[in-house]
Each structure stands twice: as structure tokens, then as C-alpha cells.
Design a protein around this ligand. Structure first.
Ligand SMILES: *[C@@H]1O[C@H](CO)[C@@H](O)[C@H](O)[C@H]1NC(C)=O
Ligand SMILES: *[C@@H]1O[C@H](CO)[C@@H](O)[C@H](O)[C@H]1NC(C)=O
Ligand SMILES: *[C@@H]1O[C@H](CO)[C@@H](O)[C@H](O)[C@H]1NC(C)=O
Ligand SMILES: *[C@@H]1O[C@H](CO)[C@@H](O)[C@H](O)[C@H]1NC(C)=O
Ligand SMILES: *[C@@H]1O[C@H](CO)[C@@H](O)[C@H](O)[C@H]1NC(C)=O
Ligand SMILES: *[C@@H]1O[C@H](CO)[C@@H](O)[C@H](O)[C@H]1NC(C)=O
Ligand SMILES: *[C@@H]1O[C@H](CO)[C@@H](O)[C@H](O)[C@H]1NC(C)=O
Ligand SMILES: *[C@@H]1O[C@H](CO)[C@@H](O)[C@H](O)[C@H]1NC(C)=O
Ligand SMILES: *[C@@H]1O[C@H](CO)[C@@H](O)[C@H](O)[C@H]1NC(C)=O
Ligand SMILES: *[C@@H]1O[C@H](CO)[C@@H](O)[C@H](O)[C@H]1NC(C)=O
Length: 572
């Protein structure tokens, strides 16, 4: 018997390198900061293999866990999405919606055939506790297609973990009421598609004293590579189908009864089939598994919104073109995190004392065509200043100051009949809201995005590319979203070849990531890959002890990919 076990062990050790093990894909991010020593209740929310799932999301009934304290009293909530896939497939968008509120937008790494791929992403969703505290409907929309040449299915399982609160671990902080700004459909992820402008009648609790809007934007279709779109005036100076028009500047506007209250200059999310799939394996582009969200303080409009009547909350996405139009389409949703007066149900009143907001950003557009070189420069600046005096039902007076100061610049150059392309984009912002001088929203960011492209053949069937981008952000919504400082710098380079026998390529990717927060948690992760093998992998900081790094030396010889997504139509 012992001999048998020893030889079994020998066989296992000896042959284990031959056992199929999928490539582990991941996005750099900080580990969860929820208390690992709290009592935890983990429940499976849903499990589904998304094959031909277009228009058929997973919709399940949700019931709050009751074994980790009274629903809603939790110290925190996290989600664990784990997905495997084997085959050829595009990246797909994934939308998690609880009671019509989108709580997480993700996308899928592109699979390959053979051993396939697997990924897990853990997400802190404590700020959505009011939604998790009551029974409802949980939806994952992941529109996948199975057709000739595309057979990758996404086998997905989602768990939620509830962390019991205790004397040591107080309940997580969150707003009192969360209202959806979405299509409110019950059979989808409720994404709003703009254009046209989306509008919804919203009635807020009359005793609302603060309202924070969280906005989730992403470009789709002809707007997926929005930052590569060229101003209409120069579109015809490029070979047909090089890119789309309406320029590269995009601003998401949030309006109440037609007045702009706040805007978002979006972060560029490159999905894993974007530009060259071999840039993003096994390390995805930063944000691809957890699309960044942005906050606008709606509190200055509380005196308008608390009259008990429905108000027209609308959103759109506009460009720097004269008509402000864009292509089809952007996907948006928002949610309103509403804080109510604890000691009174009497309505909040007050008045807006400063409203210094232009309908559109200030923009400039330049371009030139010289010696066959087409270049364009688009810049934008945006300053928003709104102040209000608010009197709660219980008599407390609050002076609110909401400020956004954003700037943007995009320089595109097309040489050699557009076969050599460069993009240099910077987006910076300083956003703040104070309530009686106390800082509530802080959002300072710098989001440079630089790409170089060289098509190596006149038919544009192979190319080299490099991407150098960063996500540097200090953000908080005090006290509901703790102040975090994230700095990520990612550089990636790749070669890609389209071929009738199967598209292939190779690439490398390098990330320097750091995280710190107001609770004293710190984390650093430096990770690089070459041709899907991890070549450098080091973590540090207080959060490192609970986090196991992916450790892989890929034996993958050559993978076949779906056609990459590139700027422009039908390219190549
Ligand atoms: C996430 O879920 C996967 C699949 O069920 C599981 O293997 C993994 O251990 C989970 N991770 C954590 C941190 O709970
Ligand atoms: C992936 O699918 C292929 C068939 O397309 C199959 O040969 C292979 O065994 C599968 N791999 C795994 C790990 O299931
Ligand atoms: C969604 O379901 C809710 C609750 O059942 C219902 O009130 C609402 O009308 C439904 N929405 C749509 C668009 O059907
Ligand atoms: C909101 O309701 C008003 C009537 O109260 C109606 O006239 C208006 O069309 C509605 N707006 C939207 C966006 O549904
Ligand atoms: C709501 O506001 C938007 C933006 O100003 C506007 O386009 C729309 O017509 C308004 N809807 C109604 C029903 O007033
Ligand atoms: C420029 O590229 C277009 C398509 O990419 C091609 O049709 C055209 O012949 C090229 N022109 C020159 C001068 O190479
Ligand atoms: C955000 O930027 C503003 C303006 O540059 C600065 O005054 C403020 O200190 C910054 N806040 C943080 C938390 O970095
Ligand atoms: C690019 O593709 C062409 C055929 O379309 C091929 O001749 C050439 O060798 C390829 N270049 C590289 C660097 O592989
Ligand atoms: C990454 O790939 C680019 C282009 O393919 C190459 O020039 C560079 O040396 C590579 N870097 C590493 C670390 O392998
Ligand atoms: C990456 O793969 C390409 C193509 O197979 C190969 O030419 C290159 O040498 C590889 N790079 C490294 C560092 O292994």
C-alpha cells in the first residue's frame, strides 16, 4: 500500500508538468481590505456557462445571508467572479446589476484553445450594502456569440462573501438609499446606450441631505477607440476606414432638469482584444476587469430635488465637434447614493447660491497635413463651480461647495499613408466637494495614454504596437468610500499577424502598481510578462500577506486569437 502511494506520488510529481493547467489571467489591483478574521458567510450568487448568450443574461433571485448578522449590519461584502474558457472568442462586456443598479462592469480576457484560461477577480462591494440587505434580483449580462471561428464559452461562477460586524469590526459605512439611473429593465444589465440623451424621472427621499452620483461609462462599437477618433475636418485626409470621425474628446454629462451638475472625462479602458490581444496576456490592461467609476456631488441640487416631485435626471456623451455629436455608442449607468436626515423625515430645503457651469467644455482643435503627415491636436478644459446652502428637516445647516477642474489633450499623428500612427493623450483632474468645509468627494487624477502603431505590410495584416499608460488617482467619498491612492504604470508591446490559418502574435507587459488608503493599508505589486510567462513578480506592503501571486511559466507554444479590435472600420 505504502509502495503504491509512493509510486502514485512519484507519478504525480513526475508527470505534473504535462497536466493541463489553464493560463491564469489577471489585472493588477490591490487585495481586498476586508477583515479576514471576521466571521464570513459565502454564498453562491449564480453559475452559468455563457455560450450563445446574446440577449439572454443570467437573472437570479437574491436573498440576503442571515448567518453573519442582521442583513445590512455586515462589516463588508466582497464578490468573487471566477471564469474559465477554452477556445477562440472576443472579449465581452460583463454587467453585474442588483435591483436595477449596476454594481460592477467587467470584461472578459480572450481565451485560447488547449489548456484554456482562468481568472478570478475579487471586488469590494460594501458601498452597495443597502441593495444587498434586501431580497431582490441579481443579473449578470454577458452577451457572448458562438459562430464560425468563435467557439469560446465563458463558464462563470459568482460568490458573495458577507463579513460579520463585531466590536472589533464595525459595520461598513454606506449611504442610506441607492437609486438606479439605468433603463430599469428587469431582463438585462440595464445599460443605457447613448446617443440619444438618456432621461429618467427620479424622485428622491424628501429628507435627503447628501446625494452622490456614481457614473460608469464605457465606449462601444465605433466609440470603443474614442481616443483614436479624428476630428471630422481631417477624416478625409486619411485612407478610408483608418479611423472614425467626431474627434477624440469625450465628456459624460450629468444633468438635473437640463442643468449640467457634473461631468466625467473618461479613462481609456482597453479590452483584451484591443490593439493586439498579445499585449494583454496574462496581464490585462489596467481597468479591463474592473472598469473605473467616477463620482459627481449632486448635493448642491438637493434643495431642488427634495420637493417630492420627479425630476429629469439625464446623461449624454458629447465631443469637441461644433455639433457635439459622437458615433454609436457609449454604455452608461449611474446610481445615486442618498444620505438621509436620521432625526427627521421633514423635507430638506435650501438654495443654490452659485451656479457657474457652461453647458460644454472649452475645447480647441488644430490639424495639419504636411508632406503626407496628418496630425491633429484636441484640447479641453472644464471648470464647474456650484455652491448651495442646505437646511435639513432637523435644522442643521450645511454649506456645500462642488468644484471640478479638468483638462485634456490628445495629439494624433499619421505617417506613411497612416501605416505609422502615434497617439499621445493626457487627462488630468482635480475634483472636490466640501460640506461645511469638511472634505467629502476628493478625486485627483492623471491618466496618460500613449500608443504607437506600425503596420508592417501595405495590406495592414501585421503590425507592431506599444502602449504606455498610467492610472494615478487619489479618490474618496467621505466617509462612504475610503480615501485610496492608486498609481499604476503599464507598458506593453506586441507583434500581431492576421492569417487565414489563425491570427497569432507575441508580446510583453510590465506593471508597477502601488496602493495606500486612509486605514493604513499599503500594497505594491511589480509584475512583468514576456510571451505569457511571468518574468518578474514581487509584492510588498501590509496587504501582501493575504495575497497569493499568480506564478506561471507558460508552456504555451502558439495561440490563435479572434480578430483584434482596432481603431477604424473593417481594419484591415
Ligand atoms: C474564488 O472562487 C474560486 C472558484 O470558486 C475559488 O477557487 C477561489 O478560492 C475563490 N477565491 C477566494 C479568495 O475566495
Ligand atoms: C479545450 O478544447 C479542446 C477542443 O477544442 C480540447 O481538445 C481540450 O482538451 C480542451 N481543454 C481543456 C482543458 O478542457
Ligand atoms: C421591473 O420589476 C419591478 C418589480 O417587479 C416592476 O415594478 C417594474 O415595473 C419592472 N420594470 C419593467 C421595465 O418592467
Ligand atoms: C417625467 O414626468 C413628467 C410628468 O410628471 C413627464 O411630462 C415627463 O415626460 C417625464 N419625463 C421622463 C424623462 O420620463
Ligand atoms: C430631460 O433633460 C434632457 C437634457 O436637458 C432633455 O434632453 C430632455 O428633453 C428632458 N426630458 C424631459 C421629459 O423634459
Ligand atoms: C494608402 O493606403 C490605402 C489603403 O490603406 C491604399 O488604398 C492606397 O493605395 C495607399 N496609397 C499609397 C500612396 O500607398
Ligand atoms: C487634490 O488636488 C488639489 C489641487 O491640486 C490639491 O489642493 C489637493 O491637496 C489634492 N488632494 C489630494 C488628496 O491629493
Ligand atoms: C507581415 O506579413 C507579411 C505577409 O502579409 C509577411 O510577408 C511578413 O513577413 C510579415 N512580417 C513579419 C515581421 O512577420
Ligand atoms: C517587448 O516587446 C518589444 C517589441 O516586440 C521589444 O522591443 C522589447 O524588447 C520587449 N521587452 C521585453 C522585456 O521583452
Ligand atoms: C516570444 O515569442 C516570439 C515568437 O514565438 C519569439 O520570437 C521570441 O523570441 C519570444 N521571446 C522570448 C523572450 O522568449
Amino acid at each position: 500500500m505504502l509502495n503504491y502511494l509512493v509510486s502514485l506520488l512519484f507519478i504525480c510529481v513526475f508527470f505534473s508538468p504535462l497536466w493541463a493547467s489553464p493560463l491564469v489571467d489577471f489585472q493588477v489591483a490591490q487585495p481586498l481590505t476586508l477583515p479576514s478574521d471576521a466571521k464570513q458567510c459565502t454564498v453562491k450568487i449564480l453559475e452559468r456557462t455563457f455560450a450563445f448568450s446574446y440577449g439572454s443574461p443570467e437573472v437570479v433571485s437574491y436573498t440576503p445571508a442571515t448567518d453573519c448578522g442582521t442583513p445590512g449590519s455586515w462589516a463588508g461584502i466582497s464578490l468573487n467572479l471566477t471564469v474559465t474558457s477554452n477556445g477562440t472568442q472576443y472579449d465581452r462586456l460583463g454587467i453585474f446589476t442588483l435591483n436595477n443598479v449596476e454594481i460592477w462592469r467587467t470584461s472578459t480576457p480572450e481565451p485560447t484553445r488547449g489548456d484554456g484560461i482562468i481568472w478570478t477577480y475579487l471586488k469590494d462591494v460594501t458601498r452597495y450594502t443597502p441593495l444587498f440587505a434586501v431580497p431582490g434580483t441579481f443579473t449578470l449580462e454577458l452577451d457572448n456569440l458562438i459562430e464560425t471561428g468563435l467557439d469560446g464559452e465563458y463558464a462563470s461562477v459568482l460568490y458573495a462573501t458577507f463579513y460579520a460586524s463585531s466590536a472589533q469590526h464595525p459595520p461598513g459605512l454606506h449611504a442610506d438609499v441607492i437609486l438606479p439611473i439605468s433603463t430599469l429593465a428587469n431582463n438585462s444589465g440595464d445599460l443605457i446606450s447613448v446617443p440619444p440623451t438618456f432621461s429618467l424621472n427620479v424622485t428622491v427621499p424628501r429628507n435627503a441631505i447628501s446625494i452622490y452620483a456614481e457614473i460608469i461609462p464605457s465606449g462601444n462599437g465605433d466609440e470603443e477607440f474614442w481616443c483614436f477618433n479624428i476630428p471630422n475636418q481631417w477624416l478625409n485626409d486619411l485612407p478610408a476606414d483608418t479611423t472614425f470621425g467626431y474627434g477624440p474628446f469625450r465628456e459624460v454629462r450629468l444633468m438635473v432638469d437640463g442643468s449640467v451638475v457634473g461631468v466625467v472625462f473618461p479613462y481609456v479602458v482597453v479590452f483584451t482584444g484591443g490593439i493586439a490581444p498579445t499585449l494583454w496576456r496574462p496581464i490585462t490592461s489596467y481597468g479591463a476587469l474592473d472598469l473605473p467609476t467616477f463620482y459627481v456631488d449632486l448635493t448642491p441640487f438637493v434643495p431642488v430635488l427634495t420637493d417630492g416631485q420627479p425630476h429629469n435626471i439625464s446623461m449624454d456623451v458629447v465631443s469637441a465637434e461644433n455639433d457635439h455629436e459622437i458615433n454609436q455608442n457609449w454604455y452608461l449607468t449611474a446610481n445615486l447614493q442618498v444620505v438621509t436626515d436620521k432625526s427627521s423625515t421633514k423635507p430638506t430645503t435650501g438654495k443654490i447660491t452659485v451656479y457657474d457651469v457652461q453647458p460644454f467644455a472649452e475645447t480647441t482643435t488644430f490639424g495639419s497635413v504636411k508632406n503626407g503627415v496628418v496630425s491633429t491636436t484636441v484640447t479641453a478644459t472644464r471648470n464647474i463651480h456650484i455652491e448651495s446652502d442646505i437646511i435639513s428637516g432637523s435644522g442643521e445647516r450645511t454649506h456645500v461647495v462642488w468644484l471640478q477642474s479638468l483638462s485634456y489633450s490628445n495629439v494624433q499623428t499619421y505617417r506613411q499613408n497612416a501605416s505609422v500612427q502615434t497617439l499621445r493623450q493626457t487627462t488630468t483632474g482635480s475634483v472636490s466637494s466640501t460640506h461645511n468645509g469638511q472634505s467629502t468627494i476628493v478625486d485627483n487624477f492623471s491618466l496618460p495614454f500613449n500608443v504607437d502603431f506600425t503596420y508592417l505590410t501595405p495590406d495592414w495584416t501585421n503590425w507592431t504596437t506599444s502602449v504606455d499608460h498610467s492610472y494615478n488617482r487619489v479618490a474618496a467619498v467621505h466617509p462612504y468610500v475610503i480615501s485610496t491612492t492608486i498609481k499604476n504604470h503599464q507598458t506593453a508591446a506586441a507583434f500581431f499577424q492576421l492569417a487565414s490559418t489563425g491570427n497569432f502574435g507575441f508580446g510583453n507587459n510590465s506593471n508597477t502598481f502601488s496602493y495606500s488608503d486612509l486605514n493604513g493599508n499599503t500594497y505594491t505589486w511589480d509584475v512583468s510578462s514576456v510571451n505569457t510567462s511571468i518574468t518578474h513578480n514581487a509584492q510588498g506592503g501590509t496587504l501582501a500577506q493575504n495575497h497569493q501571486l499568480p506564478d506561471e511559466t507558460s508552456s504555451e507554444v502558439q495561440s490563435i486569437f479572434a480578430k483584434p479590435r482596432l481603431p477604424g472600420r473593417n481594419n484591415p
